[in-house]
Design a protein around this ligand. Structure first.
Ligand SMILES: Cc1ncc(COP(=O)(O)O)c(C=O)c1O
Length: 413
């Protein structure tokens, strides 16, 4: 049973007891897991929910003319409803289960994109995008003879909104931007980005991979047209994610993959496709994943989204202070509005060496290009090191990271 209800204060660090993986030691030291932007750990309630699904409810969905089939279908559709409420979407038809953000963006590029983008058209993305929000558009542009336009960023790691405005034109067919940068931590002003695009009737896709695990997301307040997130980054299972799409747009989109579940009728000559969301969920979906994701969302909601956001903000401030005392360390990404992601380089030490050395102290951080090679080029570095926070991290863990970093610096200088 979770301790969420018994939490006395804004201190969420006690929540770590809900996450069994965090109890282990690595290289003889307590695990300090600070790679949450890559994937988050799972609370016991999610692990138990997956186990209960397979022990008591597993069946194929939709096709069941039996009790178990109904139970699994119910669980799957209830999970959809949980996601809809989490995103504050209007209608369950707007919630499509996919494998994750990468699949969601490919889906939009290959369906909405293919039908709306033609030769000479333009797609606007930003300089801080993850490869998953670059490549699907690049492929589409190559296929259609269209052009990618890129919003530049400032040295602090914020989008240049003036330049964005100038990039929008009669040729722009879609804007696709990240909500929170996985490599900088920047929180982008999505509502403003959407407002400016909508003034020209241009739809906006938001890559929400790094946002929903750290506070609430309201797709109606953002007014975006598509929003994608991955279950594994919000304390849920891998292999499941969500594409939110405005009903009016989804209704007019052709299917992405085709097969069982997507059709209304089939002959050898012709196929009629069903309504969303079924039209976009070909084959047997990841039912257990959807159910596990719903359990993760319920957990997060029970903790309190505002509480999580406030806790992580305070922890980020503490971490920025602690790391700023490490000799030779320089942050990359100093946006005014930032999520719990600290990326940095260290004079004289390669990021991979930093990660390897702190690993010996039990600390898991990430180093590399973070699937953002064009951003690394803009920053003028091949790679950075990155510590990323979640609700179960503590100040004590930040202290362990800071001293491990100081040690790494000593080893190499
Ligand atoms: C900003 C951003 N976009 C997209 C992705 C891709 O997510 P997934 O691998 O879950 O599809 C990630 C993953 O790290 C990300 O951080």
């Amino acid at each position: 049973m979770s301790i969420v209800d018994r939490l006395p204060s804004a201190d969420l660090s006690q929540l770590r007891r809900d996450f069994p993986i965090l109890r282990q030691q690595v290289h003889g030291k307590p695990l300090v897991y600070l790679d949450n932007a890559a994937t988050t750990q799972k609370p016991q309630v999610v692990i138990d929910r997956l186990s209960r699904y397979y022990a008591e409810e597993n069946s194929n969905i939709r096709r069941g003319l039996h009790a178990l089939g109904d139970r699994a279908t119910d669980a799957y559709e209830r999970a959809r409803d949980t996601v809809r409420r989490f995103l504050n979407a209007d209608d369950n038809r707007e919630i499509i289960f996919v494998r994750g953000v990468t699949e969601a963006i490919n889906l939009v590029a290959q369906t909405y994109g293919r039908t709306h983008v033609g030769p000479g058209d333009e797609i606007v993305i930003s300089e801080m995008e993850h490869h998953s929000n670059i490549l699907p558009w690049q492929v589409l542009c190559d296929e259609k003879g269209a052009r990618l336009r890129v919003i530049p960023i400032t040295d602090a790691g914020e989008l240049c909104l003036d330049r964005y405005e100038q990039l929008l034109s009669d040729r722009t067919r879609i804007v696709a931007v990240t909500h929170v940068s996985n490599a900088l931590g920047t929180i982008n002003p999505v509502a403003e980005i959407v407002r400016r695009a909508h003034a020209r009737d241009i739809p906006v896709l938001v890559d929400g991979a790094q946002a929903p695990g750290h506070g609430g997301v309201d797709v109606q307040a953002l007014a975006c047209d598509f929003y994608a997130f991955s279950g594994h980054k919000v304390f849920g299972p891998t292999g499941i994610g969500v594409l939110y799409g405005r009903a009016r747009l989804l209704d007019a989109m052709p299917p992405y993959q085709v097969g069982g579940g997507t059709i209304s009728s089939v002959t050898f000559e012709h196929t009629g496709y069903t309504e969303p969301p079924g039209r976009f969920e070909a084959g047997t979906p990841h039912v257990a994943g959807a159910v596990g994701l719903a359990a993760a969302i319920e957990y997060l909601t029970a903790v309190g989204l505002e509480r999580v956001e406030a806790y992580e903000r305070a922890l980020l401030t503490y971490a920025a202070g602690a790391l700023s005392h490490v000799p030779g360390l320089r942050f990359t990404g100093m946006a005014r509005d930032k999520a719990g992601i600290l990326a940095f380089v260290m004079e004289g030490v390669h990021p991979h060496d930093i990660a390897t050395i702190v690993d010996r102290a039990g600390v898991a951080i990430r180093a590399g290009h973070h699937c953002c090679q064009p951003l690394m080029a803009r920053l003028g570095v091949p790679a950075t090191a990155r510590a990323s926070l979640a609700l179960y991290n503590t100040r004590e863990e930040i202290d362990v990271l800071a001293s491990a970093l100081a040690e790494a610096r000593e080893v190499f200088t």
